[in-house]
Design a protein around this ligand. Structure first.
Ligand code: SF4
Length: 365
């Protein structure tokens, strides 16, 4: 199991800055500031008239309204996907994606780290290495960034600047391993659940399966019951270790044990746990791999397998051949496993799953 690479920089959150700037301020002032950030009524701290004038002036001087700054926004040919390259404190860049979802609303895919230490061999971000965790503000401001983008876009909003479609879902599937940045991701979830109308069933945190962190969140009364997706990618231990260096011999058994506890805790919701499965030609898409996945799914119980077409072209891997993909899917379905297939979106702007990368010199791949 790969240890989390030591963080090279520690960046303060907005709440920490606020506490330093106004050490004696009552708690409700911080709440007012946080509320204002998510309100469409305000575009700057100077507009937040329920804060004292001196506080507003200090905030304008000391704190940026956005913790992420636009570098570039790319639009897919179908105009259903947008990729944003944004700069965070210290000049580092991460990517965030806005996608039309099946209900015609928008889903935002957020990054949780600059780079990633997990080094999954099929993933563009995995080639970057790990630089630092994003703060909760840098995470939620990716959603605020897209909200502002929709409001100022003449084709995506009405004459009053109201978005034609709302942001309804958030997925933590961008750059980084969210559970390796547990506290900041949890705080980002708190901010989203407190100040937006996006509920727990509309937020998905995707993880490679860091078992200590997965166990921790089940024991953590302050971890909100958002949806979880585990990147399984193979139910064959050796294949999984080759694809994901963070995997290890006892992982699959440990995951089964964890899922038992997960279903105990979330019994009332009767929810399926999602396993992500990227389809790599001749690597994890053979009949043998399908059989291993069927057996594993039976051990776990209420699972949904989300098959993901592979998109990263600068890779040693290739997408499953259409016939192999269909045969693999049918083998699972015939065995009674619940299967979905992810739509590929934004592959023409390198915004599809596994394609997010910002090169060290800052240029976009
Ligand atoms: S797939 Fe996720 S966890 Fe693996 S290297 Fe890429 S960003 Fe990191």
């Amino acid at each position: 199991m790969i240890a989390q690479t030591e963080e090279k920089e520690r960046v303060n959150t907005r709440a920490e800055h606020f506490g330093r700037l106004f050490p004696g301020a009552p708690k409700f002032r911080l709440k007012q500031m946080e509320e204002a950030l998510f309100s469409p009524l305000f575009q700057s701290f100077s507009d937040v008239s329920n804060l004292p004038l001196l506080m507003r002036e200090t905030l304008v001087r000391e704190l940026p309204w956005f913790a992420v700054q636009e570098v570039q926004v790319l639009e897919s040919a179908k105009k259903d996907t947008y990729k944003g390259v944004v700069e965070v404190q210290g000049g580092k860049r991460v990517e965030t994606v806005l996608m039309k979802n099946a209900r015609g609303a928008w889903t935002v895919c957020v990054s949780s780290q600059v780079g990633c230490a997990m080094a999954c061999t099929f993933c563009a971000t995995g080639t970057m290495g790990f630089t630092r965790n994003l703060t909760s503000d840098e995470i939620v401001d990716q959603i605020r960034f897209w909200e502002a983008f929709l409001r100022k876009s003449p084709t995506l909003s009405d004459s009053k600047g109201e978005p034609l479609s709302r942001i309804s879902n958030v997925v933590f599937m961008g750059m980084g391993e969210p559970l390796a940045n547990y506290e900041q991701v949890k705080e980002a979830l708190r901010l989203l659940l407190s100040y937006t109308d996006i509920g727990v069933t509309r937020i998905t945190v995707s993880t490679v399966g860091l078992l200590p962190m997965l166990r921790k969140l089940l024991d953590d009364p302050t971890w909100p019951p958002v949806r979880l997706a585990v990147s399984l990618h193979s139910a064959d231990g050796e294949t999984r270790k080759n694809m994901m260096p963070s995997s290890y011999d006892a992982f699959l058994d440990g995951l089964v044990e964890w899922t038992e506890r997960y279903f105990e805790k979330f019994e009332s919701r009767r929810r399926h746990l999602t396993f992500e499965y990227v389809m790599l030609s001749k690597v994890n898409d053979t009949e043998r791999h399908a059989k291993a996945l069927i057996d594993f799914s039976r051990r776990v119980g209420k699972v949904r397998i989300n098959l993901i077409p592979y998109n990263f072209t600068g890779s040693i891997y290739r997408d499953s051949l259409p016939g192999d993909f269909a045969r693999f899917q049918k083998q699972l379905e015939d065995a009674g496993v619940v299967v979905t297939r992810r739509r590929t979106m934004g592959d023409d702007i390198a915004a599809a799953c596994g394609q997010l990368i910002v090169e060290k010199n800052g240029s976009v791949d």
